[in-house]
Design a protein around this ligand. Structure first.
Ligand SMILES: Cc1cc2nc3c(=O)[nH]c(=O)nc-3n(C[C@H](O)[C@H](O)[C@H](O)COP(=O)(O)OP(=O)(O)OC[C@H]3O[C@@H](n4cnc5c(N)ncnc54)[C@H](O)[C@@H]3O)c2cc1C
Ligand code: SF4
Length: 468
């Protein structure tokens, strides 16, 4: 007899929207053991698990879910960690609706199995258990990792496991990349990221912070003078794009990158206890529709803004942000202005922003991205009175490293060119994550870091035993 499926996923317990809109504690509270086991019971253990094909790092989803169903949470964690070192992170931030869950067979007639929530449950269950990691004998080879975001972290973990001597260089004062400076605490508690980084240190990975490669040392100096045998570049895409509209220099116009870094990493949210100031304003507009825009808008609300708008030139269906984050933003009272595009900033004589002129849009024919192109409606301009605008329309790679490494090939957008093994144009140098693909996702960056680690290992092993 066919298995009876409960039509909907087991709901995720959440902090009340009215309460959470005023605090930085995590929004989603996580499944209990009983609920996790019941949700795992919705899985059909398919012989051909399409869910797995939708996972960029190929987690053995049916196997880990079967173990959760039986209450074998430690074993489930081992299965996930074979291919994904950061389940507690990915369970929280992966866009599951476009990945594993999109392909889940249960989703054809009912809601798909809550794969992401189960992954988060398992990641949290084992987070504070100190399982020793099996490591190979030291090879004597030294590898430099530049950038400590998900790509660098995943690459470092695999190389350390394979017995290499790994040093990670991070430009900021705290390692973790976007996981620390971009994604807010209410979505990804920083203790989780730091716990993963502590595990890396236990494996012998050395981390140098405040170390901008291209400034404290060039990549060539690392390779020729500091004794590194190979390098992985995971420097991300941290340089914000602007719209270049008239008035962009008024005080009160921020990049999302600066706004979120000030709040998250420099703890501006507890000013004056921490001495980083942040101007929030009463009426705030965030330009863009991705995860970065949702994070900036929800952070502004928590910091005390009264009206927060998301100004997005397409409609709700085209929003690139994770669905869950859009729903959370709506519940918290973020006001969405769809089919609206900014045209110019307005300001006063003292140079402060006072408003934003916008124009209404309609959707025309599909463009190169396959989405219907927004077209301005003539004469529909209007002014939105504001005191802060946060620009979240995308970001590209920081050019510091590539400018000081002339033989490293980049494309016209400034991304490092790497093949499918992560190999760049420079001998012994591999790259992956946002710096290669442009702004993408945590799991894709981790996948690229792991692929590069495997290929760096092969490159080093092909040289034979290290001559000391
Ligand atoms: C606000 C925000 C929210 C996001 N939300 C999500 C989400 O919900 N889900 C999701 O999957 N993805 C999300 N993303 C995208 C995701 O975080 C990125 O795709 C991912 O972090 C890329 O990883 P990475 O390791 O390539 O780079 P990064 O995480 O950017 O890390 C790169 C690191 O390299 C350092 N660095 C740069 N240059 C140098 C140098 N010369 N020397 C030393 N260090 C250097 C940087 O300081 C940084 O710490 C979000 C991004 C942002 C900005
Ligand atoms: S496709 Fe869905 S039902 Fe099938 S194994 Fe994967 S999670 Fe389970």
């Amino acid at each position: 007899m066919a298995k009876q499926i409960i039509p909907k996923k087991h709901p995720m317990p959440h902090q009340d929207p009215q309460v959470r809109a005023k605090n930085f504690s995590e929004v989603a509270l996580g499944y209990s053991e009983e609920v996790a086991m019941a949700e795992a019971g919705r899985c059909l253990s398919c012989k051909k698990p399409f869910c797995r094909q939708g996972c960029p790092v190929g987690v053995d989803i049916p196997q880990f879910i079967a173990l959760v169903k039986e209450g074998k949470f430690d074993e489930a964690a081992k299965v996930i960690k074979r291919t994904n070192a950061l389940p507690a992170v990915c369970g929280r931030v992966c866009p599951q609706e476009h990945q594993c869950e999109k392909f889940c067979i249960v989703g054809k007639k009912n809601e798909p199995v809550a794969i992401g929530r189960l992954e988060r449950f398992v990641g949290d269950y084992v987070m504070h258990k100190d399982e020793p990691v099996e490591q190979a004998e030291p090879t004597g080879y030294k590898v430099a990792i530049v950038g400590s975001g998900p790509a660098g972290l995943a690459c470092a973990a695999d190389l350390a496991r394979l017995g290499h001597d790994v040093t990670m260089f991070e430009a900021l004062h705290t390692p973790g990349g976007v996981l620390m400076y971009g994604i807010p605490q209410f979505r990804l508690p920083k203790e989780i990221v730091q716990k993963e980084i502590a595990n890396l240190k236990k494996m012998g990975v050395k981390i140098e912070t405040n170390a901008i490669i291209g400034q404290i040392a060039s990549l060539d100096e690392l390779l020729k003078e500091e004794g590194f045998d190979a390098a992985f570049l995971g420097t991300g895409a941290g340089t914000p794009y602007f719209m270049n509209l008239p008035g962009e220099n008024y005080n009160g116009v921020y990049s999302a990158n600066e706004f979120l870094t000030r709040s998250n990493l420099m703890r501006a949210y507890c000013f004056p206890e921490c001495d980083t100031p942040i101007k929030v304003g009463k009426k705030v507009a965030v330009l863009g529709g991705g995860n970065v825009a949702m994070d900036a808008a929800r952070t502004a609300l928590r910091l005390g803004a009264e009206d927060v708008y998301i100004v997005y030139r397409r409609s709700r269906d085209e929003l690139p942000a994770r669905l869950e984050e859009v729903e959370h933003a709506e519940e918290e009272g973020i006001q969405f202005m769809f089919l609206t595009n900014p045209t110019k900033y307005l300001g006063n004589e003292e140079g402060w922003l006072t408003g934003l002129e916008c124009i209404k849009m309609e959707l025309g024919e599909p463009d190169a991205s396959g989405r219907r192109k927004p077209v301005p409606i003539p004469g529909s301009e209007f002014v939105l009175p504001l005191d802060v605008v946060i620009v979240a329309i995308g970001q590209g790679p920081n050019p510091l490293l590539t400018k000081t490494t002339p033989d490293l090939e980049t494309n016209k957008r400034g991304n490092i060119v790497a093949d499918e093994t992560g190999k760049t144009s420079k001998e012994g140098v591999y790259a992956g994550g946002d710096v290669v693909t442009g702004a993408a996702t945590v799991i894709k960056a981790m996948g690229a870091g792991r692929v590069a680690a495997e290929n760096i290992h092969q490159y080093l092993m092909a040289k034979g035993p290290k001559k000391l």
